[in-house]
Ligand binder design. Structure first.
Ligand code: NIG
Ligand code: FE
Length: 371
């Protein structure tokens, strides 16, 4: 993974949403307007490469039962599916817009959104259409689980056939939940290969609930990213290290499902590119806070603070195969200002809302009015 480049008393000039000049504040050229950071820390905006923002309803009881000892199961997804199918486009759009505002408030400036709570042709396609109102990184996750009342083979035919045909114009990515209670490695291969044949780039959910061998498939199909990675073997780590596939960690999911946390140290030591994402969804990780994910990643997954900040910015960008996540000449002016003495406060001050303003392409999308 890359290194952070930290400097003090710097300024940058924004031209048409992009950074045109970076240098010492004393040499900064004159500009029409000035954003005075007033001693705050400026970081590249977080790049959240994994969210499920298109859904209706909530799963408070399921969470509460889990905290009382029940296990998390992939089947919980089905209760969100019923609520999502029953929601209007406007309800789904408003719920997503509220969550997007929360993402901005946590310093996230770019994010991916998946479908996957429709699981029928109409609701998957309208989910993708609504997602595309918020981001260009839209992911078709028709293969989240097999819905109630549909035979497995029929559903796989739908996902790899008519649903995929309509998803192709709306989505950039194809995803599958390759795990215990969801899809097998062979089924996941069918889904991803069908998407690849239609020009979608692959990514995967894998190794969350059980290691059923998804990493080898992710590497073989050159997935941009394989997400969760809660349970990785040394052989998986070696495979990832020889590939360009990013390992994306979602600490909010281990937190909210009371799963054991993975240890990222051998993964980073092997040279695997790593990212941190929120995985915001109503079941396993209902958080929109990247600082929270960073704090848990540092405390529990053994990221250093520097590694976690890199993984939540440049790592997320790598997972989405884009050039975001840094502040250099030519970068889009996506940044957050932290009301903090150091970026280390992202982990050192857990739960404290230190993000004080967020800018996307030079435009303010969030400002905290009180703390
Ligand atoms: O990324 N793992 C699969 N999908 C989601 C959770 C889905 C749910 O429980 O609603 C995830 O954690
Ligand atoms: Fe997910």
């Amino acid at each position: 993974m890359g290194q952070l480049h930290i400097s003090t008393d710097q300024a940058f000039v924004i031209e048409d949403g992009f950074i045109g000049w970076v240098g010492d504040v004393t040499n900064a050229p004159k500009t029409e307007t000035i954003i005075d950071a007033k001693g705050r820390v400026c970081i590249p905006g977080f790049v959240d490469s994994h969210t499920h923002l298109i859904f209706a309803g909530a799963r408070h009881q399921e969470f509460s039962h889990r905290m009382a000892g029940e296990a998390y199961q992939a089947g919980g997804i089905k209760s969100t599916v019923s609520a999502t199918r029953g929601a209007t486009d406007q309800e789904l759009r408003e719920n997503a817009a509220k969550l997007v505002a929360e993402l901005h408030a946590s310093g996230i400036t770019h994010f991916e959104i998946k479908s996957g709570y429709g699981l029928d042709l109409e609701t998957e396609i309208r989910s993708l259409a609504i997602a595309s109102e918020f981001t260009e990184d839209v992911t078709f996750l028709g293969a989240h689980v097999v819905p109630e009342g549909v035979a497995r083979a029929d559903y796989l035919n739908l996902v790899t056939g008519p649903m995929l045909d309509q998803a192709t114009g709306l989505a950039k990515w194809i995803d599958v939940f390759c795990d215990d209670g969801a899809f097998t490695v062979e089924e996941s291969r069918m889904v991803l290969e069908a998407g690849i044949a239609k020009g979608l780039r692959p990514r995967m959910h894998s190794n969350q609930l059980k290691n059923i061998g998804g990493i080898a498939l992710a590497v073989e199909l050159e997935c941009a990213s394989v997400d969760h990675c809660t349970d990785l073997s040394q052989a998986d780590i070696d495979l990832l290290a020889q590939s360009s596939t990013v390992a994306t960690f979602v600490p909010g999911a281990e937190f909210s499902t009371r799963a054991s946390y993975p240890d990222v140290r051998p993964v980073i030591a092997a040279g695997v590119t790593v990212a941190i994402a929120t995985d915001c969804n109503p079941g396993s990780s209902f958080t929109t806070s990247m600082p929270f994910c960073i704090a848990v990643a540092v405390r529990e997954l053994h990221f250093s603070v520097d590694q976690a900040l890199w993984a939540a910015t440049k790592g997320g960008a790598r997972a989405l195969e884009n050039e975001l996540g840094s502040l250099a000449v030519g970068s889009r002016a996506d940044f957050a200002l932290l009301d903090a003495k150091s970026y280390i406060d992202l982990a050192y001050r857990p739960g404290v809302p230190i993000v004080s303003a967020t800018y996307v392409a030079g435009q303010k999308v969030f400002e905290r009015t009180s703390n």
